[in-house]
Design a protein. Structure first.
Length: 253
C-alpha cells in the first residue's frame, strides 16, 4: 500500500488521500448548492496536508475541474459579454503575477490562506455588485485574479464583484462558475510557466476532480433546497477552526 501511494498520491498517507477526496466532493457540493464557499473549505483542508509550494497550483487544478463542470452544466444561462470583460482583467493580472511569484516565499502561503479565510468568515465582504458595469467587471477580473495567485480561494470576492442584481439563480451560477473556471485556468498556466511540476500530482488530481464532479451534480440537484441560515453559521465555525489551525501550525513551525 505504501509503495502504491508513493506512486499514485505523491507519497501522502492513506488518511490524507481520503480526506482530500472527501473535501473535493464536499467543496463542490457546497458551491453548487449554496453558490459559494466550497473553494475556501477545500483550501483550508488542503493547506494542512499539501506542501506549501504545491498548495495554490494543486488547489487550482481541482477547482478548475469543479468549476468547469458546473460551468458546462449551466452553460445555456451564461452571459458571455460579462465574462469577456472579466476575462480581460484576469489576463492582465496573470501577466503581472508572473513577475511576482519569484519574490514570494512558499512557506508563508499557509499563513496567508489562514488569515484570508478568517477575514472571509468574520469580516464584511461588501456586495460590490459591479456585474452590470464593464469597468467593474474588468477591475474584478484584475484584482481577484491577483489575489487568487496568493491565497487561492477568492470565490466569495468574485461573487461579491459579480453581484446578483439582474440575474436569476441559474444565470448567477453560470456566470460565477465560468469566471472561476477562467481564473483557475490562468492560475494553472502561470504556475506551469513558473516551473511547477504538475505531472506527479495527476493521478490524485484526477481522483479529486472526479469526486468534485459528483459533488457538483448532487449540489445542482440540491440548489435552493438546503436551509442556508443555520448551515452558513456552522460552516463559518468550521472554516474558522481550520484557519486557526493553519496559523498555529505556521507559528509553531
Amino acid at each position: 500500500m505504501e509503495a502504491f501511494l508513493a506512486d499514485w498520491a505523491v507519497g501522502l498517507p492513506l488518511v490524507s488521500v481520503v480526506t482530500l477526496l472527501i473535501a473535493a466532493f464536499l467543496g463542490s457540493l457546497l458551491t453548487s448548492s449554496l453558490g459559494v464557499g466550497g473553494g475556501a473549505f477545500l483550501i483550508t483542508v488542503m493547506a494542512g496536508i499539501v506542501p506549501p509550494v504545491a498548495l495554490i497550483p494543486v488547489h487550482g487544478i481541482v477547482q478548475l475541474g469543479s468549476n468547469s463542470s458546473r460551468a458546462w452544466l449551466t452553460r445555456k444561462h451564461t452571459q458571455w459579454t460579462k465574462i469577456g470583460w472579466f476575462a480581460a482583467g484576469a489576463a492582465i493580472a496573470s501577466l503581472l503575477t508572473v513577475f511576482l511569484l519569484g519574490k514570494m516565499q512558499p512557506g508563508v502561503i499557509p499563513l496567508l490562506v489562514g488569515l484570508f479565510i478568517l477575514w472571509l468568515s468574520w469580516g464584511k465582504v461588501p456586495e460590490i455588485g459591479l456585474g452590470e458595469k464593464t469597468a467593474g467587471l474588468f477591475s474584478g477580473g484584475l484584482i481577484t485574479t491577483l489575489l487568487t495567485m496568493l491565497v487561492g480561494a477568492t470565490g466569495p470576492l468574485v461573487s461579491a464583484w459579480l453581484g446578483r442584481a439582474g440575474t436569476d439563480r441559474w444565470q448567477y451560477t453560470a456566470n460565477f462558475s465560468t469566471c472561476m473556471t477562467l481564473q483557475h485556468l490562468l492560475k494553472v498556466a502561470v504556475f506551469g510557466l513558473a516551473g511547477f511540476a504538475f505531472l506527479p500530482w495527476i493521478p490524485l488530481l484526477a481522483a479529486m476532480i472526479l469526486c468534485g464532479y459528483i459533488g457538483t451534480r448532487l449540489g445542482l440537484k440540491l440548489m435552493g433546497k438546503m436551509p442556508e441560515t443555520l448551515f452558513r453559521q456552522l460552516f463559518r465555525w468550521i472554516l474558522t477552526l481550520l484557519a486557526l489551525r493553519l496559523i498555529w501550525v505556521w507559528y509553531a513551525g
